[in-house]
Design a protein around this ligand. Structure first.
Ligand code: EAX
Length: 322
């Protein structure tokens, strides 16, 4: 049977489209590609393509190019964006059950935080996202948050009084920082560098990997290793997009997220190990011996509020988790 040129072209087009049916999805972060969050989504994207045999491709967007974390989470909930990788900063506005994770000084160290999130407490919390239009694929990590500002060294809680600090759009953080006497300004991350540069705010607080990748040393002189809050990150997917996947592809996406988290946590450990020396070399003064007990004591009134809101037993369950 002879095919004319047009028929032949249509046939090859049809074959090629069937043979290489590929769905492209979008994922975004608010930090640079060269960061603990960039390595998370780059690993995730590579693993999805590999584990689905190329049937799914994940396009990666950095530096808040699709919007801040709150906007991206909203877009995932609406389905206009399939995936986001975000700190849990804005998450309590969507899934209030996660608020408890933001209580200051709740976690002893990263090992403790990772064990809680990867264990029954954290895994049960992931199921709370389903009812809000999300499939939470995996917890990941932003890190322990530290205070930076352009005005003065912060050695004790009283040094925070009156500082105008950018905060995440997170109700627990805002209440806690007000407890330190901070003047809080909630703001999406993509606006922070300019706000610091222009002096709209005196300071901000973030883990070392964020301070490094956002080059905050260029606009902040003082860093204090307060480690006042442990900040998780999370892989979020639009629930309907996840539900449409075959069982095998659901597993592929979940496993790819786990690989992304492994790479992300390894990069946080790397950044934490060398971050202070790097930032000192770039001219920041770093207070690395703050008396954390004084910061905890300064938050006593606010902590009483948190114990009422979350239940002391629930907080202790996390604090005492081994
Ligand atoms: O996810 O908003 C924040 O301070 C976050 O820590 C930052 O976007 C990295």
């Amino acid at each position: 049977m002879k095919f004319g040129p047009i028929a032949a072209a249509c046939l090859s087009l049809a074959l090629s489209s069937v043979a290489f049916a590929q769905t492209t999805m979008k994922i975004s972060i608010s930090t640079a590609q060269n960061s603990h969050q960039g390595v998370a989504i780059d690993t995730f994207a590579k693993e999805v393509e590999k584990r689905t045999g190329g049937r799914y491709k994940v396009q990666t967007f950095y530096n808040g190019s699709l919007g801040g974390e709150r906007e991206s989470i909203e877009a995932v909930q609406l389905g206009t964006q399939e995936l986001a990788f975000s700190s849990t900063g804005p998450v309590p506005n969507f899934v209030p059950e996660t608020k408890i994770l933001d209580v200051p000084f709740l976690f002893r160290d990263k090992a403790h935080a990772r064990a809680v999130l990867d264990g029954p407490i954290g895994q049960e919390m992931l199921t709370k996202f389903d009812a809000k239009g999300f499939k939470a694929l995996a917890w990941a990590e932003n890190g322990f948050r530290h205070m930076t500002n352009s005005k003065r060294d912060v050695k004790a809680p009283e040094d925070l009084k009156g500082l105008k600090m950018r905060t995440m759009e997170n109700p627990v953080h805002i209440a806690a920082y007000k407890g330190f006497g901070i003047i809080t300004t909630p703001m999406a991350f993509p606006e922070v560098f300019t706000a610091l540069q222009q002096g709209t705010v005196d300071g901000q607080e973030n883990p070392l990997p964020v301070i490094i990748s956002a080059k905050f040393d260029q606009v902040q002189k003082h860093l204090s290793l307060t480690g006042h809050v442990y900040s998780p990150c999370i892989f979020l997917m639009n629930k309907a997009s996840f539900d449409k996947l075959s069982a095998a592809d659901k597993t592929a996406f979940l496993e790819a997220a786990k690989e992304g988290t492994k790479a992300n946590r390894a990069r946080v450990d790397e950044d934490d190990a060398k971050g202070v020396a790097d930032l000192r070399a770039k001219g920041m003064t770093v207070i690395d011996n703050v008396d954390k007990a004084k910061f905890v004591a300064a938050l006593a009134p606010v902590n009483a509020q948190f114990e009422k809101e979350f239940g002391k037993a629930n907080l202790d369950k996390i604090r005492d988790y081994k």
